[in-house]
Design a protein around this ligand. Sequence first.
Ligand code: ADP
Ligand code: MN
Ligand code: MN
Ligand code: MN
Length: 369
Amino acid sequence: MSEFVVSKASNLAKYLELPQKGKVIAEYVWIDGSNGLRTKGRTLDKKPESVDELPEWNFDGSSTEQAPGHDSDVYLRPVAIYDDPFRRGDNIIVLAECWNADGTPNKKNHRYACNKLMEAHKDADTWFGIEQEYTLFDEYGSPYGWPKGGFPGPQGPYYCGVGTGKVYARDVIEAHYRACLYAGINISGINAEVMPSQWEFQVGPSAGIAMGDELWMARYLLERVAEEFGVKVSFHPKPLSEGDWNGAGCHTNVSTAPMREKGGMKDIEAAIEKLSKRHAEHIGVYGEDNDKRLTGKHETASIANFSYGVANRGCSVRIPRPVAKVGYGYFEDRRPASNIDPYLVTGIMVETICGAIPEVDMVKEAVRE
Ligand code: ADP
Ligand code: MN
Ligand code: MN
Ligand code: MN
């Protein structure tokens, strides 16, 4: 197996110091045809004040599973701007939506539909916090830091672990944390996970559409940082199918304005009741291969049934103990897999809790071609 070619930061550093003569670099980032990320850079004459000042752009969609070769132009419409932790200075990263030439949203542009729901239910002021779990792999395809051709000791010492042999790749995680803060991502924390070389970061609370935007950008920064360390990121919900190893999820914490106020528990319970009636439909948008993760073992509930409970990590939905104690706050949906599109998950959440709108159907949106 070939080794990764890792660029040497020491060689790059002196070029990063070169003056840009007033020009600004904008790196446009978008979601491709298979939930991956793509990016390309362009020069601007000045730093834009808002997304409206940014040019629309396009790319060859036939190379990204996003368009046929005979009609390959896909358009990039800027929707959010972040400070660029790699190039720094006035340079920026731009999150863009993908649009087809005929004026329809590209097949994986689920942000457009999600945003319609968020706009329609603005008054609910829905906040989300997503716990992104992921696994790091080395160039030989083993989880990063695992013994060559073998396995580390059983799970137990790794969750929030400290010390050699109990935690892997802390440098990658620290670099990513700092990059997110610099970019302006509302990253709320990090922790090592139950399986060695599995980690989690949390983004939120973020309101409405910003949740999806910030989670995608945090994933981009992670891929980009890990690339510099020669480490591979996997968002697969069950990266190791053999053996007693935890899967990876994207627990989604949710609150509407009434849930956050005194007496909000009745709104939390009403929302959970609504979720229970659409279990199968929610599972349908909660990520691929999630059946391999939601087994009823490893701190998950079975994919077949909906359940909820206070402080119970074996349920589909958990009400945190402190929330039950004070009687208001938020709930946690533990079902979403690590490979979700957060626009689909936050979208269907608002659709279910606040009500459907005529022009959007998140179940159909998830399978739209
Ligand atoms: P866990 O105990 O499940 O590991 P974490 O601390 O990892 O929980 O994540 C909790 C998440 O909930 C954080 O992302 C946090 O921002 C989010 N959160 C906190 N309060 C709210 C709220 N009122 N509404 C939505 N999300 C919230
Ligand atoms: Mn967590
Ligand atoms: Mn976790
Ligand atoms: Mn959680």
